[in-house]
Design a binder for this molecule. Structure first.
Ligand SMILES: Nc1ncnc2c1ncn2[C@@H]1O[C@H](COP(=O)(O)OP(=O)(O)O)[C@@H](O)[C@H]1O
Ligand SMILES: O=P(O)(O)OC[C@H](O)CO
Length: 497
């Protein structure tokens, strides 16, 4: 009998569900993608319908297999990767969601976070979870659901409700309720998880008044979580891996050891640097997070999360109507030699790392009579690079004296933009390397699944698959890059009214 030749990755993102079928060399064989509704019930609130998440994800998985003409028996295992922090609660008996998912971008729990900060919890939370107290993370979202959906807290205490992030919800659906489980990388984004002991933490649960009964089991990212119900794909497929999308991308970029870093340019930007088995705290506005784990040994990363990355290009398209499609931004930006002194800080939903300014709002500075939409487009693109450069500067300060980041691996939808990548290399002063396969988020999940089911024997085997497509070398003088960064920081300082 032939061995199964494929790995299937389910990549459940903020704006779309995608499924990618890979061969065992890590090459894309087939892909399917579906967008689903973004629900904005009030200013600052962002929700997804859990049923739409599940239905769109299942449909893309079936479509990818169909396109490739591959049956379940040819798939060694599937891996799940997901938008992180987004919070769901459902009934264990019926499987019905209690309410819409509260998305990571949702700011409704900022007052609850401010209250926790005022009560002096920040240092304990940072030490135990590696996180800052911010509405971004799941804990206060879960508390909001238990406090605001009638009867939820009592039902939770009676053990009738299940909480999960999107990975957990998908695993539950795929296995018909047999698995209520998440992985360490997702658990580490909840504000409820002790990243040193790799366990849910009673004191954090008490801080947020969360009953233990709602919590999923936590496993390594490469782990046999269960099997899909036979009816979904014609035969059961093993679920061999789960990881949050940014930790999965770090894995897919073959950043397996301390010092290797990647930046993903999607809706937001997420820069992660692996720190090996060392749980490193940041003194410069970054967070510490669990990296994808292939066994019981904890591994960590330093992370900088920028809330608006490629989304600024969507705003040029949908808000300003300056371009028809995202790809048109490069031509428009290249039609001028520079931004003409315009500085754009896209703090539409506050600023994440390294600033953590929930009250900041967007600003366009340095306008003159000669400013055109092309200058604004260029400044918008540059803002993605400036925010990422601020993350790398913070990382370098954290690493002072112990070797810094020597190259940055990139991926995500906006990394196809050569102008952006060159400007990024210029600001950073290190090479920016774009790999041949930029679907590294999905690839990471496929690799995690492939490791647990024996398709791969070692990380070295995976590292050998990784290949650069293009290297962007810095060409700007360090003095000029320093001046530009100063201008950027000056602009950031103007964004809190
Ligand atoms: N050529 C381009 N230049 C700059 N940004 C782009 C380009 N093409 C796509 N984008 C941006 O990339 C983002 C989509 O990337 P993707 O990795 O699919 O995001 P996500 O996983 O967050 O849904 C969008 O915000 C889009 O505006
Ligand atoms: O779905 P993405 O690619 O926007 O990623 C979202 C992040 O996981 C949020 O932390």
């Amino acid at each position: 009998m032939n061995r199964p030749r494929f790995l299937l990755a389910l990549d459940q993102g903020t704006s779309s569900s995608r499924s990618i079928l890979f061969d065992t060399q890590g090459r894309v064989v087939a892909m399917a993608q579906r967008e689903f509704r973004q629900i904005f019930p009030q200013p600052g609130w962002v929700e997804h319908d859990p049923r739409e998440i599940w239905n769109s994800q299942l449909a893309t998985a079936q479509e990818a297999l169909g396109k490739a003409g591959v049956g379940a028996a040819d798939v060694a295992a599937l891996g799940i990767t997901n938008q992180r922090e987004t919070t769901l609660v459902w009934n264990r008996g019926t499987g019905e969601p209690l309410c819409n998912a509260i998305v990571w971008q949702d700011r409704r729990t900022e007052p609850a976070c401010a209250a926790l900060r005022a009560r002096g919890f920040e240092a304990m939370v940072r030490e135990r979870t590696g996180l800052v107290i911010d509405a971004y993370f799941s804990g206060t979202k879960l508390k909001w659901i238990l406090d605001n959906v009638p009867g939820a807290r009592d039902a939770a205490k009676r053990g009738e409700l299940a909480f999960g992030t999107v990975d957990c919800w998908l695993a539950w659906q795929l296995t018909g309720g047999a698995a209520h489980a998440t992985d360490v990388s997702n658990a580490s984004r909840t504000l409820l998880f002790d990243i040193h002991r790799n366990q849910w933490d009673d004191e954090l649960l008490a801080m947020l008044d969360i009953p233990h009964e709602v919590l999923p089991e936590v496993h390594a990212s490469s782990h046999l979580y269960g099997h899909t119900q036979a009816g979904l794909f014609g035969a059961p497929i093993a679920i061999g891996g789960m990881a949050g999308d940014q930790q999965s991308a770090l894995f897919g970029q073959a950043c397996f050891s301390a010092g290797l870093a990647k930046n993903t340019y999607g809706t937001g930007c997420f820069m992660l640097m692996h720190t090996g088995e060392e749980c490193r705290a940041s003194s410069n506005g970054l967070i510490t997070t669990s990296a994808a784990q292939i066994n019981a040994t904890p591994e960590y990363a330093l992370e900088g999360s920028v809330f608006i990355g490629g989304a600024v290009v969507q705003w040029l398209r949908d808000g300003l109507h300056a371009i028809k499609g995202s790809e048109a931004v490069q031509n428009l930006a290249e039609s001028v030699p520079d931004s003409g002194g315009v500085m754009f800080v896209p703090a539409f939903t506050g600023l994440g790392a390294p600033y953590w300014k929930p009250d900041a709002r967007g600003a366009i500075l340095g306008l003159s009579r000669g400013t055109t939409v092309a200058h604004i487009a260029r400044a918008a693109l540059e803002s993605i690079a400036f925010q990422s450069a601020a993350l790398l500067q913070a990382m370098s300060r954290d690493l002072a004296g112990s070797g810094g980041v020597t190259e940055l691996r990139v991926d995500g939808g906006a990394c196809v933009n050569n102008l952006l990548m060159q400007f990024q290399a210029d600001l950073l002063g290190i090479p920016v390397v774009r790999p041949k396969v930029i679907e590294t988020t999905a690839l990471g999940a496929a690799y995690l699944a492939g490791l647990s089911c024996g398709v791969y024997a070692s990380l070295d085997e995976l590292a050998a698959h990784w290949q650069a497509e293009r290297v962007f070398h810095p060409t700007m003088s360090r003095q000029r890059a320093g001046e530009l960064m100063q201008n950027w920081e000056h602009a950031v300082a103007q964004t809190v009214l």
